[in-house]
Write a protein that binds this ligand. Structure first.
Ligand SMILES: [Zn+2]
Ligand SMILES: [Zn+2]
Length: 330
């Protein structure tokens, strides 16, 4: 059988040093409870960049990154049939027995494993996934549009829930990439006023075209009930906290954040302000978001790259040249 074109993280380091290497790998062999999936599209998430650059410690040497995988089932298992379109996301194993799993918070399971970090992901022509962690995809989206829903969309949704936005509230969104542009649309569909803060002029234009109340490089024009930081910049934390109204909540949506400057209790936290992080997501949250996406028919801003140009896509993401989400097409 022919080899499979895939990319591996063989030398984690700055993208400029070329941490991704193209390889012809054998088609992966699924275990009894796993699906074999032919990849149709794979989104490029900022977490892939953190894996490639070594911001996240190596868990599987030479891992194939990519955890926003849209594909078609070639060997069935569980609830899925041959020919089904399925999604493979970040979370791919939890223990089912720890206090977090038993409490419905499997996103906090200490034994959790992740696609494109602990196991090979979707920067490839084929991927395998435990059937119990594969996701049905919403109708009405192309392969490219579906990919970013699987992590960017789901994490944005989890962050939005964590930000505890009151009905009709004022939401600040810091950074406006793949995840933020989807979360902002969900919030607006639920009646929120959304203010976007980003240095990237193209991202501000995208925000305005989606109907946000404001989009600025500076600060929101009114106090916020809730805010979400999507950019991996710790310096935004005191800025976003001081933009919160009394009782407001700030959620941090990234898996990695640069250093947070010292906080001033009066200026940043007093008056019941809340600061919290967002860690992965449960399968239930993923399914809830995907069915919501089918109802809302979100606009997904994507830019396709051939799989052979994955290294370029990751570099463009690192350098802020992508508006919306980059998607690899085998
Ligand atoms: Zn567990
Ligand atoms: Zn991701």
């Amino acid at each position: 059988m022919g080899g499979v074109r895939a990319w591996r993280v063989e030398r984690p380091g700055p993208v400029a040093t070329g941490p991704l290497t193209p390889r012809d790998l054998p088609t992966p062999t699924p275990a009894e409870d796993e699906l074999l999936v032919r990849v149709l599209a794979c989104g490029v998430c900022r977490t892939d960049l953190h894996v490639a650059e070594g911001d996240l410690p190596v868990r599987l040497p030479g891992v194939v990154p990519g955890h926003e995988v849209v594909g078609v089932v070639e060997r069935a298992a569980g609830e899925f049939r041959e020919g089904d379109r399925v999604g493979i996301a970040w979370l791919r194993h939890t223990c089912g027995a720890c206090r977090f799993c038993l409490r419905g918070r499997e996103n906090l399971c200490p034994s959790s494993r992740y696609t494109g970090w602990d196991a090979d992901g979707g920067y490839a022509e084929y991927a395998v996934v435990p059937a119990a962690y594969a996701l049905p995809l919403p109708a009405g989206y192309s392969d490219s549009e579906s990919a970013p829903l699987l992590c960017a969309g789901v994490i944005g949704y989890h962050a939005l829930l964590s930000a505890a936005l009151p009905p009709g509230g004022r939401l600040g969104v810091y950074g406006f990439g793949g995840s933020a542009h989807l979360a902002a649309q969900v919030a607006m569909a639920q009646g929120a006023t959304v203010h976007v803060v980003t240095r990237n002029p193209a991202a501000r234009a995208l925000a305005r075209s989606l109907g946000t109340a404001s989009a600025t490089a500076d600060k929101p024009p009114e106090p916020l009930d809730s805010a979400i930081i999507f950019a991996p910049a710790g310096t935004l934390v005191p800025r976003a906290l001081s933009a919160l109204d009394r009782g407001g909540t700030l959620a941090l949506a990234g898996i990695h954040l640069t250093e947070i400057p010292p906080l001033d209790y009066q200026a940043h936290l007093f008056q019941d302000r809340v600061l919290r992080s967002v860690t992965s997501n449960t399968r239930a949250q993923a399914r809830e978001f995907l069915s919501l996406a089918e109802k809302l028919r979100l606009r997904v801003s994507t830019r396709d790259y051939p799989l052979a140009e994955a290294d370029q896509a990751v570099q463009d993401l690192a350098e802020g040249r992508i508006t919306g989400a980059a998607v690899l097409k085998p």
